[in-house]
Ligand binder design. Structure first.
Ligand SMILES: [Ca+2]
Ligand SMILES: [Ca+2]
Ligand SMILES: [Ca+2]
Ligand SMILES: [Ca+2]
Length: 436
């Protein structure tokens, strides 16, 4: 018998997690007396300046002669930027200081960082993808069809490039040198790799999802001229439609979810580590942040924000390097995203716990049943409500302390895993976050 919850139960559990997370973050913000924004960075270009948006706001922090087009944030700090008007590839550190300024053989379009820190860049006029080491060393190039625009690296280290004029994508394996051309729809522009290994492609007339093997999984309707593609922390896929001024949102499995209006000419789009999504609206001169539900969270003024690709590093953390630990908090990127925590922020991290140990003393005893009752009926805060859900049914109610008392004083079953040793929640989406 499987233990996987049915889809509806899982959906309800996720909504409960969302609600609990918002309550949690709200409480944290009140305690901290500060912003409700967890740590996050969004990189973009405005004119000939490099901008970074973080908890303290948006600021120009570097010069970007020729502007910026292709962006690839480096998890852990910094960003690569392909110039819009010059044949240049630049690398900046987390403070915005220029680290590398490479003159390239041809202008670049999309760029993407591989798990080893090297960069792949599309060169439309040379019909290839160029490979650059993290220190700027030239590692050569591979053919990529007819006018490559977008580049993505998947979880197996393979490099995908759209052939905008060839109506195909190229999948290149740097380890074997194998190259595969896969026919797609009209004018594929940009693309993104998903954590499940699938590839999402923006085409002039819609959106396409391919398996890692190149098989067609879905052809989907979107708005007018979809361009930017991003994966949110929950795995949903967000596509910016620059001519209908909206965003099409799809489930990780490829089902259409909803469409939301944005400011004029949405272009770059990126998931943030806290679960929200940023959209750069060029003509509107604004940057919008949406919750994963589609709720508009904030609108920030920006002159003409530009940049397409992984503007935050979340795409790299989840789809390219899920086993890595971008924020160094000891929990792998993919694991902590699955728990609903921020893989780019070390202060946001799921904790290990013993189920039933409501007061986190390290032992399960009568005081825990009391603490559970105080939380349920006395409104006493608890930083690990998952530990109180001793029957792990995704619900906190009187049945939990009764279950615990039954175990302590009767012949009732023991709390479910993790018990009696501390551990991570084995089914993170079926309950509550445990922090601290
Ligand atoms: Ca981590
Ligand atoms: Ca974290
Ligand atoms: Ca205890
Ligand atoms: Ca329960």
């Amino acid at each position: 018998m499987g233990t996987r919850p049915r889809a509806r139960e899982r959906g309800e559990a996720m909504r409960r997690v969302d609600t609990t997370l918002w309550i949690f973050w709200g409480a944290l913000a009140l305690v901290a007396g500060g912003s409700a924004l967890p740590a996050q960075e969004l990189w973009f270009a405005e004119g000939s300046s490099l901008w970074r948006l973080d908890e303290s706001g948006a600021a120009a922090i570097g010069d970007l002669p020729g502007g910026g087009f292709g962006f690839a944030a480096i998890p852990g700090g910094g960003v690569w930027v392909a110039s819009r008007d010059e044949a240049r590839l630049r690398r900046f550190d987390a403070t915005g200081a220029l680290v590398l300024d490479l003159v390239t053989a041809a202008p670049l379009q999309g760029i993407a960082v591989a798990a080893d820190g090297s960069v792949w860049a599309a060169r439309p006029t040379l019909d290839d993808i160029w490979h650059v080491a993290a220190d700027g060393a030239d590692l050569g190039a591979a053919p990529a069809g007819d006018v490559p625009y977008g580049v993505a690296v998947d979880r197996d280290g393979r490099v995908w490039a759209t052939n905008a004029f060839g109506n195909s994508v190229t999948r290149f394996d740097p380890e074997t040198g194998d190259s595969l051309a896969i026919p797609v729809g009209f004018f594929p522009s940009h693309l993104a790799a998903a954590p499940d290994g699938s590839i999402w492609i923006a085409e002039k007339e819609g959106v396409r999802r391919l398996s890692g093997d190149g098989a067609l999984l879905a052809e989907l309707d979107a708005g007018v001229f979809p361009l930017g593609v991003a994966v949110a922390r929950d795995g949903s896929v967000w596509v910016a439609n620059q001519n209908s001024h909206d965003v099409s949102v799809f489930s990780a499995a490829g089902a259409p979810l909803f469409t939301i209006a944005t400011g004029a000419k949405p272009h770059g789009i990126a998931g943030a580590g806290d679960g929200s999504i940023w959209v750069l609206c060029r003509i509107a001169g604004e940057i919008r942040r949406y919750a994963s539900t589609g709720l508009l969270l904030e609108v920030l003024p920006a002159g003409y924000p530009e940049g397409i690709g992984d503007l935050t590093g979340l795409g790299h953390a989840l789809a390219v390097d899920p086993d890595g630990d971008a924020d160094g908090d000891g929990i792998a990127n993919g694991t902590e995203a699955g728990f609903g925590f921020d893989p780019l922020d070390a202060t946001s991290t799921p904790a290990t716990f013993i189920r039933g140990d409501a007061d986190r003393s390290g032992a399960v005893e009568i005081s825990d049943a009391v603490a559970a009752l105080e939380h349920l009926f006395g409104g006493v805060a608890n930083d690990c409500p998952e530990a109180l859900d001793v029957d792990d049914d995704g619900s906190l109610d009187l049945a939990d302390p009764i279950y615990l008392l039954g175990y302590l004083y009767g012949s009732g079953p023991a709390p479910l895993s993790p018990f009696p040793e501390a551990g991570l929640d084995p089914l993170p989406m079926g309950g509550y976050p445990c922090a601290g």
